[in-house]
Design a protein around this ligand. Structure first.
Ligand code: NAD
Length: 301
C-alpha cells in the first residue's frame, strides 16, 4: 500500500502538513497554505529574478539532495519528495536553509513530501501538496531512481516493471501534471535524471538501461511539444557518481570504471547538481531536448 504524507520539516509548516495528510484517503483537495510574508531580508539577490518553485523527486538521496541544495542556492522554494527516509529529507531541508541563507535568500521555503512515485495516486498527491504549499512547480526534477540488476535470463518481469515504474512512468506522470501549469504560465523547466547507461546499455541492467533510454526519449518528445510555450525539457546523464547506488560496486569494477574516464576521479553528486542548476536557470532558456552527460568523459564520442 502506498502512503503519501507531507513531513513537517519546520513547525511553520505544520498546519499545511495536516491538510495534505488529510488528502491521503481521498482525492487531493486544495487547502490554504501558509503564506510567506515578504520581508526586507527577502530583497537583495532575489530581486533580480522571479522566485521559482522546484519539485525534486528522490530529494532524500545522494544526487537528489545535492540538486535541492543547488536550487536553494539559486533562491528557489523546494519541495523535497522522498519515500520513507524522513530524517534524510529533513537533513536535505536543513542544508537547503543553510545555503539559501548564505546566499541571502532568507524567506525561501523547503518542504518534505513523502510518497511512492511508482504509484500514480501518490504522484498526484505529491504534485498537489507542492502546489498547495508552495505554488505550482516552475522546475520539475525527475530524479527518483532505483536499480534491480540481473542478467536478462534471470531478471524477473516484476523487477523489470518495478524499475520502469519508478524511473520512467513516474517521470511521465509528473511531467504531464507539471506541463499543464507550465504551458499556462509560459515558463517551465523539466529536467530528467537519466544515466550514461541509457546511452550505452549495460550488461546486468537491461531494466535500468531501458528506463533511462526511455527517459531520454520522453525528454526529447516533451521538448518538441513544449518548446513553443517556453518550457524546456532536458536530461542529465550522470556517469560514475559516488552515492549509495554505486557504493556496492566491488574494487575490480571500481577500477574498470575509473579506467574508462578521461577525468580520473569518481564524480560527486554536486557535479550533477551543478548541471541541473544550470539547466534550471535563466541562462539555459535556449537549451532544450538535450542530454548533458556528467561523466568525466566516459561516453564522449
Ligand atoms: P539514491 O539511492 O541515493 O537516491 C534515490 C532516491 O530515489 C532516494 O531519495 C529514494 O527515496 C528515491 N526513490 C526510490 N524509489 C522511490 C519511489 N518508489 N518513490 C519515491 N522515491 C523513490 O541514488 P542516487 O545515486 O542519488 O540516484 C539519483 C538518480 O541518479 C537516480 O535516478 C539514478 O538512476 C541516477 N543516477 C545515479 C548514478 C550514480 O552513479 N549514483 C549514475 C547515473 C544515474
Amino acid at each position: 500500500m502506498s502512503s503519501t504524507a507531507v513531513e513537517p520539516l519546520t513547525a511553520a509548516l505544520a498546519a499545511a502538513t495536516a491538510a495534505a495528510n488529510a488528502a491521503k484517503d481521498s482525492a487531493p483537495t486544495p487547502t490554504a497554505a501558509p503564506e510567506a510574508t515578504p520581508t526586507a531580508a527577502d530583497a537583495a539577490p532575489s530581486d533580480a529574478a522571479p522566485r521559482r518553485v522546484a519539485l525534486v523527486t528522490g530529494g532524500s538521496g545522494g544526487i537528489g539532495r545535492a540538486i535541492c541544495v543547488a536550487l536553494a542556492a539559486q533562491g528557489c522554494d523546494v519541495a523535497i519528495a522522498y519515500t520513507r527516509q524522513s530524517e534524510k529529507a529533513a537533513a536535505t531541508a536543513a542544508s537547503c536553509r543553510t545555503v539559501a541563507a548564505a546566499a541571502g535568500f532568507y524567506n525561501t521555503r523547503f518542504i518534505g513530501i513523502s510518497g511512492d512515485v511508482a504509484n500514480r495516486k501518490d504522484c498526484e498527491l505529491i504534485f498537489a501538496a507542492t502546489t498547495e504549499q508552495l505554488g505550482a512547480p516552475d522546475i520539475l526534477v525527475n530524479n527518483a531512481g532505483i536499480t534491480r540488476d540481473n542478467l536478462v535470463l534471470r531478471m524477473s518481469v516484476e523487477d523489470f516493471d518495478a524499475v520502469l515504474d519508478v524511473n520512467l512512468r513516474a517521470a511521465f506522470i509528473l511531467s504531464r501534471l507539471a506541463a499543464r501549469q507550465m504551458i499556462r504560465r509560459r515558463f517551465g523547466r523539466i529536467i530528467n535524471i537519466a544515466s550514461v547507461v541509457g546511452l550505452t546499455g549495460n550488461a546486468g541492467q537491461a531494466n535500468y538501461a531501458a528506463s533511462k533510454a526511455g527517459l531520454i526519449g520522453l525528454t526529447r518528445s516533451l521538448a518538441r511539444e513544449l518548446g513553443s510555450r517556453q518550457v524546456t525539457v532536458n536530461a542529465v546523464a550522470p556517469g560514475f557518481i559516488q552515492t549509495r547506488m554505486t557504493a556496492e560496486l566491488d574494487d575490480k569494477r571500481h577500477e574498470e570504471l575509473l579506467g574508462s574516464l578521461s577525468i580520473k576521479r569518481v564524480g560527486h553528486a554536486e557535479d550533477v547538481a551543478a548541471a541541473v542548476a544550470f539547466l534550471a536557470g535563466a541562462q539555459a532558456s535556449y537549451i532544450t531536448g538535450q542530454v548533458l552527460a556528467v561523466d568525466g568523459g566516459m561516453t564522449m564520442q
